[in-house]
Design a protein around this ligand. Structure first.
Ligand code: KG4
Ligand code: ZN
Length: 347
Protein backbone atom coordinates (compact mmCIF):
# COMPACT_ATOMS: atom_id res chain seq x y z
CA UNK A 1 0.00 0.00 0.00
CA UNK A 2 1.44 3.39 -1.03
CA UNK A 3 0.37 6.12 1.37
CA UNK A 4 0.88 9.86 1.02
CA UNK A 5 1.51 11.54 4.39
CA UNK A 6 0.84 15.22 5.04
CA UNK A 7 2.02 17.11 8.14
CA UNK A 8 0.99 20.74 8.73
CA UNK A 9 0.36 20.95 12.49
CA UNK A 10 2.81 23.76 13.25
CA UNK A 11 5.64 25.48 11.35
CA UNK A 12 6.81 22.66 9.09
CA UNK A 13 5.15 21.48 5.91
CA UNK A 14 6.02 17.79 5.61
CA UNK A 15 5.11 15.39 2.81
CA UNK A 16 6.16 11.77 2.25
CA UNK A 17 5.21 8.52 0.60
CA UNK A 18 5.48 5.30 2.61
CA UNK A 19 5.13 1.97 0.83
CA UNK A 20 4.14 -0.92 3.10
CA UNK A 21 5.16 -3.39 0.39
CA UNK A 22 8.81 -2.62 1.21
CA UNK A 23 10.10 -3.29 4.70
CA UNK A 24 11.79 -0.98 7.22
CA UNK A 25 13.57 2.15 6.06
CA UNK A 26 13.22 1.10 2.39
CA UNK A 27 9.46 1.70 2.68
CA UNK A 28 10.07 5.42 2.80
CA UNK A 29 9.98 6.16 -0.93
CA UNK A 30 10.46 9.93 -0.61
CA UNK A 31 10.06 12.65 1.98
CA UNK A 32 10.45 16.41 1.99
CA UNK A 33 10.09 19.06 4.67
CA UNK A 34 9.72 22.77 4.14
CA UNK A 35 10.54 24.66 7.32
CA UNK A 36 8.99 28.06 8.06
CA UNK A 37 11.73 28.98 10.54
CA UNK A 38 12.88 32.03 8.55
CA UNK A 39 9.29 33.31 8.36
CA UNK A 40 8.74 33.23 12.14
CA UNK A 41 12.29 34.10 13.27
CA UNK A 42 11.72 37.85 13.46
CA UNK A 43 8.78 37.29 15.85
CA UNK A 44 10.75 34.92 18.10
CA UNK A 45 8.06 32.23 17.83
CA UNK A 46 5.41 30.74 15.57
CA UNK A 47 2.68 33.17 14.39
CA UNK A 48 -0.32 30.87 13.73
CA UNK A 49 -1.93 32.89 10.92
CA UNK A 50 1.36 33.21 9.03
CA UNK A 51 1.91 29.48 9.48
CA UNK A 52 -1.47 28.61 7.92
CA UNK A 53 -0.90 30.88 4.94
CA UNK A 54 2.54 29.46 4.29
CA UNK A 55 1.21 25.89 4.38
CA UNK A 56 -1.31 26.97 1.71
CA UNK A 57 1.56 28.25 -0.44
CA UNK A 58 3.91 25.31 0.02
CA UNK A 59 1.82 22.18 0.34
CA UNK A 60 0.82 21.47 -3.27
CA UNK A 61 4.30 22.12 -4.76
CA UNK A 62 5.78 19.90 -2.03
CA UNK A 63 3.33 17.08 -2.85
CA UNK A 64 4.28 17.31 -6.54
CA UNK A 65 7.99 17.32 -5.67
CA UNK A 66 7.69 14.33 -3.32
CA UNK A 67 5.70 12.24 -5.79
CA UNK A 68 8.25 13.03 -8.52
CA UNK A 69 11.09 11.95 -6.20
CA UNK A 70 9.26 8.70 -5.45
CA UNK A 71 8.68 8.17 -9.19
CA UNK A 72 4.93 7.99 -8.62
CA UNK A 73 1.83 9.63 -10.05
CA UNK A 74 -1.16 10.59 -7.90
CA UNK A 75 -3.02 7.62 -9.42
CA UNK A 76 -0.50 5.23 -7.83
CA UNK A 77 -1.52 6.24 -4.30
CA UNK A 78 -3.64 3.81 -2.26
CA UNK A 79 -4.41 6.20 0.59
CA UNK A 80 -3.77 9.60 2.14
CA UNK A 81 -2.81 10.26 5.78
CA UNK A 82 -2.83 13.69 7.40
CA UNK A 83 -2.15 15.16 10.83
CA UNK A 84 -5.52 16.01 12.38
CA UNK A 85 -4.13 17.18 15.73
CA UNK A 86 -2.87 18.22 18.17
CA UNK A 87 -1.66 21.48 16.70
CA UNK A 88 -2.65 24.91 15.41
CA UNK A 89 -6.21 24.77 14.10
CA UNK A 90 -5.65 26.84 10.94
CA UNK A 91 -2.47 24.99 10.04
CA UNK A 92 -4.13 21.61 10.60
CA UNK A 93 -7.10 22.60 8.42
CA UNK A 94 -4.82 23.27 5.44
CA UNK A 95 -3.39 19.74 5.55
CA UNK A 96 -6.74 18.11 6.31
CA UNK A 97 -8.49 20.02 3.49
CA UNK A 98 -5.89 19.10 0.89
CA UNK A 99 -5.62 15.48 2.06
CA UNK A 100 -9.37 14.94 2.19
CA UNK A 101 -9.92 16.53 -1.26
CA UNK A 102 -7.10 14.55 -2.84
CA UNK A 103 -8.39 11.28 -1.40
CA UNK A 104 -11.91 12.10 -2.61
CA UNK A 105 -10.68 12.94 -6.11
CA UNK A 106 -8.59 9.76 -6.29
CA UNK A 107 -11.30 7.65 -4.67
CA UNK A 108 -8.91 6.28 -2.05
CA UNK A 109 -9.35 6.24 1.76
CA UNK A 110 -8.03 9.06 3.98
CA UNK A 111 -7.02 8.64 7.61
CA UNK A 112 -6.52 11.22 10.38
CA UNK A 113 -3.25 10.78 12.27
CA UNK A 114 -2.45 11.94 15.80
CA UNK A 115 0.77 13.99 15.56
CA UNK A 116 2.27 12.46 18.70
CA UNK A 117 1.44 8.93 17.57
CA UNK A 118 3.29 9.83 14.37
CA UNK A 119 6.34 10.83 16.42
CA UNK A 120 6.00 7.75 18.64
CA UNK A 121 5.89 5.32 15.71
CA UNK A 122 8.67 7.02 13.69
CA UNK A 123 11.43 4.83 15.21
CA UNK A 124 9.53 1.77 13.93
CA UNK A 125 10.14 2.96 10.37
CA UNK A 126 13.84 2.25 10.75
CA UNK A 127 15.41 -1.18 10.12
CA UNK A 128 15.14 -3.78 12.93
CA UNK A 129 12.22 -2.07 14.71
CA UNK A 130 11.28 -3.10 18.26
CA UNK A 131 8.01 -4.93 18.94
CA UNK A 132 5.47 -3.67 21.49
CA UNK A 133 5.27 -3.66 24.47
CA UNK A 134 7.85 -0.96 25.13
CA UNK A 135 8.12 2.44 26.82
CA UNK A 136 8.22 5.64 24.77
CA UNK A 137 9.67 9.01 25.70
CA UNK A 138 8.01 11.76 23.67
CA UNK A 139 10.02 14.95 23.81
CA UNK A 140 8.97 17.76 21.50
CA UNK A 141 8.32 21.48 21.63
CA UNK A 142 4.84 20.95 23.07
CA UNK A 143 5.05 17.58 24.85
CA UNK A 144 7.15 15.70 27.36
CA UNK A 145 5.52 12.37 28.08
CA UNK A 146 6.44 8.87 29.15
CA UNK A 147 4.03 6.42 27.57
CA UNK A 148 3.61 2.67 28.01
CA UNK A 149 2.97 1.24 24.56
CA UNK A 150 1.05 -1.98 25.18
CA UNK A 151 0.31 -2.38 21.47
CA UNK A 152 0.23 -0.10 18.44
CA UNK A 153 -2.58 2.32 19.23
CA UNK A 154 -2.81 1.36 22.93
CA UNK A 155 -1.08 4.03 24.92
CA UNK A 156 -1.00 4.55 28.68
CA UNK A 157 0.37 7.80 30.03
CA UNK A 158 2.95 7.10 32.76
CA UNK A 159 4.09 10.65 33.36
CA UNK A 160 4.26 14.09 31.76
CA UNK A 161 5.47 17.61 32.33
CA UNK A 162 3.57 19.76 34.78
CA UNK A 163 4.71 22.96 33.06
CA UNK A 164 7.14 23.48 30.15
CA UNK A 165 7.90 20.73 27.64
CA UNK A 166 11.58 19.76 27.28
CA UNK A 167 11.85 21.38 23.84
CA UNK A 168 10.10 24.49 25.12
CA UNK A 169 12.63 24.68 27.99
CA UNK A 170 15.45 24.46 25.44
CA UNK A 171 13.84 27.16 23.30
CA UNK A 172 13.06 29.56 26.17
CA UNK A 173 16.47 29.12 27.79
CA UNK A 174 18.17 29.76 24.45
CA UNK A 175 16.10 32.91 23.93
CA UNK A 176 17.00 34.19 27.40
CA UNK A 177 20.66 33.83 26.55
CA UNK A 178 20.21 35.72 23.30
CA UNK A 179 20.30 32.82 20.84
CA UNK A 180 18.12 33.08 17.73
CA UNK A 181 14.85 31.14 17.27
CA UNK A 182 14.42 28.18 17.33
CA UNK A 183 16.83 27.92 20.19
CA UNK A 184 16.90 24.18 20.95
CA UNK A 185 19.38 23.04 18.29
CA UNK A 186 21.39 26.29 18.68
CA UNK A 187 21.72 25.80 22.43
CA UNK A 188 22.74 22.17 21.91
CA UNK A 189 25.42 23.23 19.43
CA UNK A 190 26.72 25.84 21.88
CA UNK A 191 26.79 23.26 24.70
CA UNK A 192 29.29 21.25 22.63
CA UNK A 193 31.85 23.96 23.38
CA UNK A 194 30.90 24.24 27.05
CA UNK A 195 32.91 23.05 30.02
CA UNK A 196 31.07 20.25 31.81
CA UNK A 197 30.56 20.86 35.52
CA UNK A 198 31.29 24.61 35.62
CA UNK A 199 27.58 25.23 36.10
CA UNK A 200 25.48 22.61 37.81
CA UNK A 201 21.70 22.95 37.82
CA UNK A 202 19.04 20.92 39.61
CA UNK A 203 17.57 17.71 38.19
CA UNK A 204 13.93 18.68 38.85
CA UNK A 205 11.63 16.19 40.56
CA UNK A 206 14.15 13.34 40.51
CA UNK A 207 14.42 13.38 44.33
CA UNK A 208 10.89 12.07 44.79
CA UNK A 209 9.01 9.12 43.35
CA UNK A 210 6.89 9.49 40.23
CA UNK A 211 7.32 9.97 36.52
CA UNK A 212 6.21 13.57 36.04
CA UNK A 213 8.54 16.36 34.94
CA UNK A 214 8.88 20.07 35.61
CA UNK A 215 11.26 22.25 33.63
CA UNK A 216 10.17 25.81 34.37
CA UNK A 217 12.20 26.14 37.60
CA UNK A 218 15.31 25.00 35.78
CA UNK A 219 14.78 27.76 33.23
CA UNK A 220 14.67 30.32 36.07
CA UNK A 221 17.86 28.91 37.60
CA UNK A 222 19.62 29.31 34.29
CA UNK A 223 18.30 32.87 33.90
CA UNK A 224 19.71 33.83 37.31
CA UNK A 225 23.08 32.20 36.55
CA UNK A 226 23.24 34.02 33.20
CA UNK A 227 22.28 37.39 34.73
CA UNK A 228 24.89 37.09 37.47
CA UNK A 229 27.63 35.98 35.09
CA UNK A 230 30.15 37.95 33.02
CA UNK A 231 28.07 36.97 29.95
CA UNK A 232 31.23 36.11 28.05
CA UNK A 233 30.96 33.74 25.08
CA UNK A 234 32.63 30.87 26.95
CA UNK A 235 30.35 31.41 29.96
CA UNK A 236 27.33 31.19 27.68
CA UNK A 237 28.61 27.86 26.34
CA UNK A 238 29.32 26.61 29.87
CA UNK A 239 25.81 27.52 31.05
CA UNK A 240 24.34 25.87 27.94
CA UNK A 241 26.29 22.72 28.79
CA UNK A 242 25.08 22.81 32.41
CA UNK A 243 21.49 23.21 31.24
CA UNK A 244 21.71 20.44 28.65
CA UNK A 245 23.29 18.06 31.16
CA UNK A 246 20.49 18.78 33.66
CA UNK A 247 17.74 18.09 31.10
CA UNK A 248 19.44 14.98 29.71
CA UNK A 249 20.10 13.60 33.19
CA UNK A 250 16.54 14.27 34.33
CA UNK A 251 15.06 12.58 31.25
CA UNK A 252 17.39 9.58 31.62
CA UNK A 253 16.59 9.09 35.32
CA UNK A 254 12.85 9.15 34.60
CA UNK A 255 13.19 6.83 31.58
CA UNK A 256 14.99 4.25 33.69
CA UNK A 257 12.31 4.53 36.34
CA UNK A 258 9.59 4.12 33.71
CA UNK A 259 11.28 0.96 32.36
CA UNK A 260 11.40 -0.46 35.90
CA UNK A 261 7.75 0.37 36.43
CA UNK A 262 6.65 -1.10 33.09
CA UNK A 263 8.92 -4.14 33.43
CA UNK A 264 10.56 -3.38 30.08
CA UNK A 265 14.09 -2.87 28.76
CA UNK A 266 13.17 -1.19 25.50
CA UNK A 267 12.84 2.57 25.36
CA UNK A 268 11.76 4.33 22.18
CA UNK A 269 12.53 8.05 21.91
CA UNK A 270 10.71 10.40 19.58
CA UNK A 271 10.08 14.10 18.98
CA UNK A 272 12.38 17.01 18.19
CA UNK A 273 14.50 16.80 21.36
CA UNK A 274 15.24 13.19 20.36
CA UNK A 275 17.65 14.70 17.84
CA UNK A 276 19.84 15.84 20.74
CA UNK A 277 23.16 14.01 20.55
CA UNK A 278 23.87 13.90 24.25
CA UNK A 279 20.39 12.60 25.03
CA UNK A 280 20.81 9.85 22.42
CA UNK A 281 24.17 8.78 23.87
CA UNK A 282 22.95 8.86 27.48
CA UNK A 283 19.82 6.80 26.83
CA UNK A 284 21.69 4.29 24.70
CA UNK A 285 24.15 3.81 27.54
CA UNK A 286 21.37 3.48 30.13
CA UNK A 287 19.47 0.87 28.06
CA UNK A 288 22.61 -1.11 27.20
CA UNK A 289 23.55 -1.33 30.88
CA UNK A 290 20.30 -3.16 31.61
CA UNK A 291 20.66 -5.41 28.58
CA UNK A 292 18.00 -3.59 26.58
CA UNK A 293 17.98 -1.07 23.78
CA UNK A 294 17.13 2.54 23.05
CA UNK A 295 15.53 3.11 19.64
CA UNK A 296 15.55 6.46 17.88
CA UNK A 297 14.52 7.58 14.44
CA UNK A 298 17.30 9.20 12.38
CA UNK A 299 17.58 12.87 13.50
CA UNK A 300 15.69 14.22 10.47
CA UNK A 301 12.69 12.06 11.45
CA UNK A 302 12.79 13.25 15.09
CA UNK A 303 11.61 16.74 14.22
CA UNK A 304 8.29 17.27 12.43
CA UNK A 305 8.02 15.47 9.11
CA UNK A 306 5.53 13.86 6.74
CA UNK A 307 7.18 10.42 6.85
CA UNK A 308 5.94 9.65 10.35
CA UNK A 309 2.40 10.62 9.30
CA UNK A 310 2.55 8.45 6.15
CA UNK A 311 3.85 5.52 8.23
CA UNK A 312 1.36 5.81 11.13
CA UNK A 313 -1.44 6.38 8.62
CA UNK A 314 -0.41 3.33 6.59
CA UNK A 315 -0.63 1.12 9.69
CA UNK A 316 -4.12 2.41 10.42
CA UNK A 317 -5.31 2.22 6.80
CA UNK A 318 -4.03 -1.35 6.55
CA UNK A 319 -6.05 -2.17 9.65
CA UNK A 320 -9.14 -0.88 7.85
CA UNK A 321 -9.47 2.48 9.56
CA UNK A 322 -10.60 5.49 7.50
CA UNK A 323 -12.45 8.80 7.89
CA UNK A 324 -15.68 10.08 6.40
CA UNK A 325 -15.48 12.81 3.72
CA UNK A 326 -15.81 15.53 6.38
CA UNK A 327 -12.79 17.85 6.82
CA UNK A 328 -12.30 17.68 10.57
CA UNK A 329 -9.35 18.45 12.84
CA UNK A 330 -8.81 17.94 16.57
CA UNK A 331 -6.46 20.66 17.92
CA UNK A 332 -6.57 19.14 21.42
CA UNK A 333 -6.48 15.36 21.32
CA UNK A 334 -5.61 12.84 24.03
CA UNK A 335 -3.57 9.96 22.64
CA UNK A 336 -5.08 7.53 25.15
CA UNK A 337 -8.43 7.83 23.30
CA UNK A 338 -7.03 6.37 20.05
CA UNK A 339 -8.31 2.98 18.91
CA UNK A 340 -5.86 0.08 18.97
CA UNK A 341 -4.49 -0.94 15.57
CA UNK A 342 -5.47 -4.54 15.01
CA UNK A 343 -3.84 -5.95 11.91
CA UNK A 344 -6.31 -7.58 9.54
CA UNK A 345 -5.25 -10.88 7.99
CA UNK A 346 -4.32 -10.64 4.32
CA UNK A 347 -7.07 -12.10 2.08
O1 KG4 B 1 8.82 17.49 17.37
P1 KG4 B 1 9.17 18.87 16.99
O2 KG4 B 1 9.88 19.10 15.69
O3 KG4 B 1 7.93 19.79 16.99
C1 KG4 B 1 6.88 19.67 17.89
O4 KG4 B 1 5.98 18.81 17.66
O5 KG4 B 1 6.95 20.41 18.90
O6 KG4 B 1 10.07 19.43 18.21
C2 KG4 B 1 10.62 20.70 18.16
C3 KG4 B 1 11.40 20.92 19.44
C4 KG4 B 1 11.84 22.37 19.58
O7 KG4 B 1 11.54 22.80 20.89
C5 KG4 B 1 13.34 22.30 19.33
O8 KG4 B 1 14.04 23.31 19.99
C6 KG4 B 1 13.68 20.94 19.88
O9 KG4 B 1 12.60 20.12 19.46
N1 KG4 B 1 14.95 20.42 19.32
C7 KG4 B 1 16.06 20.17 20.07
C8 KG4 B 1 17.05 19.72 19.17
N2 KG4 B 1 16.51 19.70 17.91
C9 KG4 B 1 15.23 20.13 18.03
N3 KG4 B 1 16.27 20.30 21.38
C10 KG4 B 1 17.49 19.95 21.84
N4 KG4 B 1 18.51 19.51 21.06
C11 KG4 B 1 18.33 19.38 19.73
N5 KG4 B 1 19.34 18.94 18.96
ZN1 ZN C 1 6.12 17.37 16.53
Amino acid sequence: MKVLGIETSCDETGVAVYDTGLSGAAGLRAHAVYSQIALHAEYGGVVPELASRDHVRKLLPLIRQTLAEAGLATGDLDGVAYTAGPGLVGALLVGAGVARSLAWALDVPAVAVHHMEGHLLAPLMEDDPPDAPFVALLVSGGHTQLVAVDAIGRYRLLGETLDDAAGEAFDKTAKMMGLPYPGGPQLAALAEKGTPGRFRFARPMTDRPGLDFSFSGLKTQVLLAWRDSDQAEQTRADIARGFEDAVVDTLAIKCERALDEAGSDVIVIAGGVGANKRLRARLQEMAAKRGGRACFPRPSLCTDNGAMIAFAGALRLEAGQQETAEVKVTPRWDMATLPQVVAVAAP
